[in-house]
Structure formats: C-alpha cells, structure tokens
Design a protein around this ligand. Structure first.
Ligand code: WTA
Length: 652
C-alpha cells in the first residue's frame, strides 16, 4: 500500500509551476477546511474503511431501513450497505418538501431562449405523475426504460420517475444516431422509450421521434414510445406511440416511492470500451447516491441556496451525477440548458451565468479552450461576479487553459477544481477540495478520502514518484459500477483482469513528489475527443460497415482544441478509387451509424495497414504517423505504411 495521505508540506513546495492556496473564504466555511483535516480523514478511511463509509452513508442520505453490513467484497463483486432500503427520488425530492417546496429546483433555459422554473414541489408532482403513467404502461421494479430526450426538465423528471418506481433508466445522448440508440435499447432490453418530437441544437431540430420510432420497429422488447411535445404538438401515428401529455394526464400528484434494497440497480449507462460494442455500465442505488451526494457537497461546496450549473448533457454520466442527482439530493438549484454553447453568439454561456446568477460552474476543458481562443472580450461583456467556484472534468486540462479559466472566468477569486472520474466510478474520485487543497494547474491533485488510488506498472508494482504508470483503485468504493449489464465476464476482465482485486481505470497517471496525481490520458483503445469518450474500435466497425472499406484503424492525435482528434487509416477494397469525396462520404457514414461526435477529423487512405507478424495492427506506429512524429513522404494520399512497419521491426 502507498503512503498515507500527504502532509501540509505542500504549502511550501512549489514543485511544479504555480501553487494556488485554497481561498480564505473556503478554508473558513467549506466542508473540509484544511489539508490536515483531509489527511486525518484519509487515514481514518484507510484504517477502517467500513466505519468510514458507514458514517458517510448515514450522513448523506435517508434510509427507510438501516443497513447492517457496510460492505461485502468478493472481488470483483461488491455489495454495499446490505439490508438498507432507500429511494433516490425520495432523497432528491420528498426529503426537501417540508423546507423547500417553493424553492426552485430546476432553472431551465431552452436554446430558443424559452425559460421555465420548476420548484421542488412542482418537480415532485411531475415526477409522481410520470411515475404513475409509467406504471400504467406496465413498467415496474427492475424493468428498463430508455430515455432519449433533449436537455429539458422532462429529462430529469424521467430519470427521477424511473428511480421512484425502481425501474432502471438508460439515457442515450440525443446526439446519438438511430442505429446507436437501437443497439443500446436492444442490449438493455428496454420496455418503454421516452423521447420528444425533437430538440433544439444550433437552431435546428434534432429528429428524435423519428429515431425512436425506428428503434421501436427494430427492438422487439420495446412496447411503447412516449413522445413529449418539445418543438410542436404530438399527434401519435404509430401503434406503439403515446403522447407524454396524455400519459400523465389524470395521474395522481403524489405517489409513494418504491423502497428498494441498496443494491437494487438504478441505471445502465452505455460507454465506450476497447471493443466495438459499448459497455452497459450498471450502477446501483445506495452506493451511487452516497458518493454523488457527498462529492457535490465536498467538492463543489454546494449549499441549498446555491445555483449550480454543470454544462454536461444528461446523456453522459456527468449529467446524471451533477446536473440531476447531486444538486437535487443537496437541495440546490440546478441549471439546465438545452442548446449549443455558441448559439446564438459566443457569449451564450456567460449570458446564462449572468442572468441566472450562477454560483458554481462545471464544464469541460475543451469548452474552456474554445472560449479562450475567442478571446476574453466575450466573458468581459458580462457580470460574472456571482461565480464562487469553478470545476472541470472529462479530459486533462492544460495549465494555460486552467489559468485562463481561473483569471478570466473566475476573476482570480474562485478556486478551480479539476475533477477526475469516469462513468464507471459514478462520482468524482481525484480532485482538490476547495477549502483544503492547494491547487496546481493541470493536476487533479489528491484522491478523496477512502479512494485508494495507486500508480502501478504492468506487473502491479508501485512506480516511483515522478514516473508514469497505470492508474488503479486498490479498494472498492460505494459508487463503483457493479457489472457490465448482461456481461459479467467482460466486467471482470476489463476492470479486474490486470491486477487481482484492484480496479483498473484504463488511464495513465503519475504522482509528483507531493503525491499529486497528473492524469496522462487513456492507455487503452479509448480516446477522449472534446471530452467525449469514444472507442476507436466502434469507429473502425462503422467504417468497415461501408462496403467500400476493407480495413480501418482509428487512432487519436493530440489536438490543441479538442484534446484529441480522431485519425482514421483506411484501406479500400479492390477497384475502389481513393477519391477526395470518399473521405466526406465515409465521415458521413460514421456520423449516421454513431453520431456526429464520432466523425473522424481526418481520413487517410493507405495501401496496407502496418501489422506485426501475428497480425496485430501497430497502433503505436499509426499514432506516431498521425501526430506527425513519423513522416512518410506524401502523407496526404497513399502511404506505404508497410515499409515503416518493416523499419520499426516487431516491437509492438
Ligand atoms: C478522462 C467522465 C484527466 C479519463 C466523467 C477518464 C479525465 C475518462 C478527467 C472518463 C480529468 C475524466 N483529467 N482526464 N479531470 N476526467 N477524464 O466515462 O481518461 O465519459 O478515464 O466520464 O475521461 O470518461 P467518462
């Protein structure tokens, strides 16, 4: 096991660039107020994890029936808070009704600038009515419900209604294609799909209903498609279709939550792995709720009066945990924005911050880099003085963007929390605590107490400080995924196959001399493009699905704006001409099969892909070629990568 939590020496050490101490105001009032306090808790959690997590679980959420055992750990299977019963929708809503019925829970702003506020009382009522409506369709405990909605209040209502009746939601990002939606609905065996006629994006209507009805035709388990009128009225024309309005009309305004066991599944969220098929990450109720509630309070210092804006889409885990569940469990106000960041102008975000008086703001480094490129005149036009804390997530942030964020958006007064976590971890894992941790631009700093992050080599040996290695988590934590839905073997292999009993993150990292973690990106075939997680194998199968492509290899190359850009190396079938238009057609094909987020930034035709003697594509070589570290003469047309492979030998 590695050393106990770091000491306060960090205060005086300027080991990597600038160190920003926690602001005075946070050291006075935040949940954890000093590095000593953090260190004490981390040590306590290490010495007696069950006592530590048991105390957190009792502190964070309401248990209808208390748990008797904190953890049962039979690697790779964890069960947390056994015999406890709870309900996440109760913890988000009912718990606040006596004190905050009239407080705004959701502040919504649509792209066309329509606005709507929902109080806790109203949100509770909407959730109960939809829960009743779902029940009337025969949805019950353990059933799967797909959610394919724009970023509108009903998306949160849908998630909460599922949680209320013990059904599992599986949210599919509205930017995913009809094919991607079908694949996920099929895998989840969803019974009902909740969607809208459309959603607004860059002034256009995204055709959600069409994609949803197509899925219903292809997926035999899908009995009903519930359609919300977002861009117009809904006139059902398909036998499986029912309008949202008619489903909830006449439903009672109050409905008793289904008290579920702590380990009752809460949701499935599909994410990319290293094979072509997305993984259905399964989270369960008790453990997920505890970590999400705790991190919202500890990391974002969220107080009930705060207005919190996490810009993530609810189709991603960040949207699940920090747009919907975290802020609501803590009785805060969450901002929901439907549209694109630059619509109608490059200052839309800052306009929203100003008008909604946002206090805590959480976004991705790619967004920060694009705002930085546009120049400070856009944020400078707005009064951003309501902001008191800034966060980032999704990809490593370069120190330059970190400092710009802190100075220009945060006016130099707001702490910046660079939070590392994953779909699988459910909640934030490595992060500064705003009242305790001195920050270094570019470092996610330290693991939360109870999170035993370690940097190991391929053989499971700790690497010395300063050197890169693989990031593991040595002990389970409550919001850890429980399985890959329907594929326990893949779960065991992908996450616990590297080192017995230790969770493998798929990320590279190093610790500096202060023990601070610096994330170095994925070490598997997953890439982070503009903060979106993509499996290169998924994009490859989409390319090969085009009849003209013989083989494809997709790799990431560093990109100033997106962090990583996608480069596809493609070989064509005999007789197919590598014409310029073909590039655009193939890119379009990928967009159709997966969604615009997977569209390759560059497609290069090659005569052959470089392979080892055993037939493995030499990806490292391709990455070098893609990033220009290796030139091949005329790289724009045909590349004889085979020659390069021969030069390189068989080292991969
Ligand atoms: C990356 C998003 C560096 C990482 C919550 C991880 C980060 C993947 C950070 C998970 C960060 C996330 N610094 N890299 N602060 N946060 N990542 O599942 O590679 O969409 O494995 O979850 O994003 O992406 P996912």
């Amino acid at each position: 096991m590695s050393e106990p939590a770091p000491s306060t020496e960090i205060h005086s050490v300027l080991s990597e660039g600038r160190v920003f101490p926690p602001p005075e105001s946070f050291s006075r009032a935040a949940h954890i107020r000093s590095l000593e306090e953090y260190g004490r808790l981390a040590l306590e959690a290490r010495r007696d994890p069950d006592a530590y997590w048991g105390a957190r679980a009792r502190e964070e959420i309401f248990w209808k029936e208390p748990f008797r055992t904190v953890l049962e750990w039979k690697p790779p299977d964890a069960r947390w808070f056994i015999e406890g019963k709870t309900n996440l929708s109760y913890n988000c809503l009912d718990r606040h009704l006596s004190t905050r019925r009239a407080q705004v829970a959701i502040r919504f702003e649509g792209e066309p600038e329509d606005r709507r506020n929902l109080t806790y009382g109203e949100l509770h009522r909407e959730v109960c009515r939809l829960a009743g409506g779902l029940k009337s369709l025969g949805v019950g405990k353990g059933d799967r419900v797909g959610i394919y909605l724009p970023q509108v209040p009903e998306a949160a209502v849908a998630m909460l209604a599922c949680a209320r009746i013990g059904a599992l939601h599986s949210v599919v990002f509205a930017g995913f294609s009809a094919e991607a939606l079908q694949e996920r609905m099929k895998d989840a065996g969803a019974k009902v799909l909740l969607t809208a006629d459309g959603g607004w994006r860059k002034g256009q209507v995204v055709p959600l209903r069409k994609n949803a009805l197509e899925a219903a035709r292809q997926v035999s388990t899908l009995e009903r498609v519930v359609v919300l009128g977002r861009t117009g009225a809904v006139a059902p024309s398909d036998p499986k279709e029912v309008s949202w309005a008619s489903l909830v009309s006449g439903q009672p305004e109050s409905l008793e939550p289904e008290w579920v066991e702590s380990e009752h599944p809460l949701f499935i969220l599909y994410t990319s792995g290293s094979t072509g098929k997305p993984k259905g990450v399964l989270h369960t109720t008790g453990g997920y709720s505890v970590n999400v509630s705790l991190t919202t309070r500890w990391v974002f210092d969220l107080k009930p009066d705060d207005i919190f804006w996490c810009t993530a889409d609810i189709g991603w885990v960040t949207g699940h945990s920090y747009v919907v569940y975290g802020p609501l469990m803590n009785g805060g106000t969450t901002v929901l924005y439907e549209g694109a960041p630059m619509t109608p102008g490059p200052d839309r975000f800052w306009d929203i911050v100003e008008r909604h008086r946002v206090n805590v703001f959480y976004t991705a480094p790619t967004a920060i880099r694009s705002f930085m490129r546009l120049g400070r005149e856009w944020p400078d036009r707005h009064d951003l003085s309501s902001l008191r804390l800034l966060g980032t997530v999704g990809e490593p942030i370069n120190p330059e963007a970190w400092i710009w964020y802190r100075e220009v958006i945060g006016g130099g007064r707001c702490p910046v929390v660079d939070t590392w976590w994953q779909t699988e971890t459910g909640a934030i894992m490595i992060t500064p605590l705003p009242g305790a941790t001195p920050t270094k631009p570019g470092s996610a700093t330290l693991p939360l107490p109870g999170i035993e992050a370690e940097v190991l080599d391929r053989h499971g040996r700790p690497v010395p400080r300063g050197q890169g290695g693989l990031l593991f988590v040595a002990r389970p934590w409550p919001s850890m995924l429980r399985t890959v839905y329907g594929d326990p073997e893949r779960y065991a292999k992908a996450y616990f196959g590297e080192q017995p009993g230790k969770y493998f993150t798929g990320d590279g990292a190093r610790q500096d001399e202060d023990g601070y973690f610096w994330l170095m990106g994925r070490v598997d075939d997953v890439v982070n493009v503009a903060g979106h997680r993509l499996g290169t194998a998924e994009v490859e199968s989409a390319l090969v699905a085009d009849g003209r492509v013989s083989e494809a290899a997709v790799v990431g190359r560093p990109d100033e704006l997106k962090g990583t850009a996608l480069v596809a190396f493609v070989t064509l079938k005999k007789g197919v001409e590598p014409k310029g238009e073909l590039r655009a057609e193939l890119a379009e094909h990928v967009t159709k099969l997966i969604g615009a987020i997977a569209r390759p930034d560059e497609i290069r035709f090659a005569e052959a892909l470089p392979k080892t003697r055993s037939g493995k594509i030499m990806r490292r070589l391709l990455r070098d070629v893609a990033s220009g570290r290796q030139t091949t003469g005329d790289t724009t047309t045909l590349e004889d990568l085979g020659v390069l492979a021969a030069l390189r030998g068989e080292e991969e």
